[in-house]
Design a protein around this ligand. Structure first.
Ligand SMILES: Cc1cc2nc3c(=O)[nH]c(=O)nc-3n(C[C@H](O)[C@H](O)[C@H](O)COP(=O)(O)O)c2cc1C
Length: 176
């Protein structure tokens, strides 16, 4: 069903609920313009520099890390409940050796503003352009977090994406 454009904060509770479980699909493109999706279970939506911003934490080992550095943008996509299992798939194999979208039967569609595509089957899509990025400071997190979350020193970079457009299907709440 056709999507409509909505405000950046209109589906905040639904998006955060889906972030916590099953996870959201963070989509970007590699240097050959191949789209790739990885699952995120952490992140935030808020206001920075008087703009709506989606902050996504990406470990440097992820294929997605190079893709976002390459495109300078990304999309964040909310799966419908009936496709929730795909979060586990996109969160366990890498775009380095899989064409995840094709294998998952997900359709990349052109975004309105950014280069990274949105996922047609997803019920909410956020188009974001990177306006800032910073690296986690290992010494600035509690030592327990460092030990349990980063045993191999694979730290996150936080990409701050200004939300430039949001698309939503009708009846989002019923499809979650
Ligand atoms: C539920 C779930 C949440 C995840 N959250 C994150 C996250 O917030 N940041 C991150 O770097 N990796 C996260 N991952 C791991 C990546 O999704 C996973 O390593 C993925 O295979 C990376 O894909 P890529 O190499 O194609 O970028 C998560 C995985 C799952 C299953």
């Amino acid at each position: 069903m056709a999507k409509t454009q909505v405000g950046p904060m209109e589906f905040l509770p639904e998006t955060l609920q889906s972030l916590s479980s099953p996870g959201l699909l963070l989509v970007s493109r590699d240097d050959r313009r191949r789209p790739n999706a990885m699952t995120i279970g952490w992140g935030s939506i808020g206001i920075y520099w008087a703009r709506p911003v989606f902050v996504v934490p990406v470990r440097k080992s992820r294929y997605t890390y190079g893709c976002i550095k390459n495109t300078g943008d990304f999309t964040v996509n909310v799966l419908p409940g009936k496709l929730a299992d795909l979060a586990a798939f996109c969160g366990t194999v890498s775009g380095r050796d899989h064409d995840k979208l094709t294998e998952a039967h997900l359709t990349p569609a052109p975004s309105l503003v950014v280069k990274s595509p949105i996922i047609e089957e997803c019920i909410i899509n956020y188009e974001c352009r990177v306006v800032h990025a910073n690296d986690l400071l290992p010494k600035a997190v509690p030592s327990k977090v460092r030990r349990t979350m980063y045993p191999r020193g694979d730290y996150h970079r936080f990409f701050f994406g200004e939300i430039l457009a949001v698309h939503a299907q009708p009846n989002v709440r019923r499809r979650l």
